[in-house]
Ligand binder design. Structure first.
Ligand code: APR
Length: 310
């Protein structure tokens, strides 16, 4: 199984490392526009093979898309990350051009690949890739909700002083500081609603911390995060390549589901070998429905500037 990752920067390289470390794919190709950069990252990773005990072959390429040919999954991380004080939405002008060009190039060599979009603003970049590529909708998946859900479970575990692995929780809606919706009502600690253990104020704080989870790190690091984004992509790729049918919150094209059309937004979907398979209809309450509609409005607004950006 072959995975190509476009952009060998912080997120792309961490994603390749996680895929190799967990032996998710037999082959990973890292591609970057920077001369020798992806080659260097790939070689560094290959030198960990005997230390970490993996067999995945990681190679790098400077913009030679023929090396990515016949990939089962292509992950697009190429694009600029945000800097402190920036929103993900502010990246649209630069990243839209990059994502458009890269998507065209990868599909020339891997016409049957499932395409995973990571570059921000992710919901809009996913919509752009879907429209430009004209691929069947099931083969375009935006990665944001898996990361936001992992952050949600992390903050829940800190608030509860419990293992994050004993927690279930999902974040739907847009992948933006103000557009994501941590579903606190449905989060559970080993199946028991977390509201039995956390007061409303504490739960509100968990949701607020989750929403600015990325911005908090950007302020600390001077650029956006990579460990959790890379690991989140690896989990998504694992579910595709190994047909695991895992239920993740992913950004996919909606056609009436959750009351929305002609938009890509984060909803719970099962992920298997053909991409996303089934949207799971979670019964939202009125407050959650209103938040989802508001999130869709904000993302639709962002999508409307795409024609000027590419
Ligand atoms: N083709 C290939 N690679 C490109 C291109 C291109 N057209 N344009 C940029 N790149 C590469 C850069 O050379 C760089 O190595 O993409 C890489 C991006 O890496 P970083 O700058 O380290 O950014 P990173 O933190 O990985 O974030 C990438 O993911 O999470 C999102 O918001 C984040 O949009 C950003 C993306």
């Amino acid at each position: 199984m072959k995975v190509s990752i476009i952009g060998a920067g912080n997120v792309g390289a961490t994603c390749a490392d996680a895929i190799a470390f967990r032996s998710i794919a037999s082959e990973v190709v890292l591609l970057d526009i920077r001369e020798n950069f992806a080659e260097g990252k790939a070689l560094d990773m290959m030198q960990t093979a005997t230390l970490n005990g993996f067999e995945t072959r990681v190679t790098g390429s400077t913009n030679d898309y023929s090396k990515t040919a016949n990939s089962h999954v292509v992950v697009i991380t190429s694009g600029v990350p945000r800097k402190p004080g920036m929103t993900r939405e502010e990246l649209i002008g630069i990243n839209a051009g990059i994502v458009k060009g890269v998507t065209e190039n990868v599909l020339k060599h891997s016409p049957n690949a499932v395409v995973v979009i990571v570059a921000n603003p992710m919901d809009t970049m996913t919509y752009l890739a879907l429209k430009e590529s004209k691929l069947p909708k099931h083969r375009i998946i935006g990665m944001g909700g898996i990361l936001d859900s992992a952050r949600f479970k992390c903050y829940l575990s800190l608030a509860l002083n419990a293992s994050a692995n004993d927690l279930e929780g999902m974040v739907i809606g847009g992948h933006g500081d103000t557009t994501m919706i941590p579903l606190t009502r449905l989060a559970s600690y080993k199946g028991v609603p977390v509201s039995q253990f956390l007061a409303a104020d504490a739960l509100k704080k968990v949701a607020a911390d989750t929403m600015v989870g990325g911005a908090t790190l950007t302020a600390m690091l001077g650029t956006s995060a990579w460990y959790a984004p890379g690991a989140a992509v690896a989990s998504l790729v694992d579910s595709i390549l190994n047909d695991q049918k895992k239920l993740f919150s992913c950004c996919v094209a909606l056609d009436g589901e959750y009351g929305q059309k002609d938009i890509c937004l984060g909803v719970p979907v099962t992920i298997g070998k053909n991409g996303w398979e089934k949207i799971v209809d979670v019964k939202l309450n009125d407050e959650e429905k209103a938040a989802f509609a508001k999130s869709a409005d904000a993302v639709r607004n962002m999508n409307s500037v795409l024609s000027a950006a590419v």
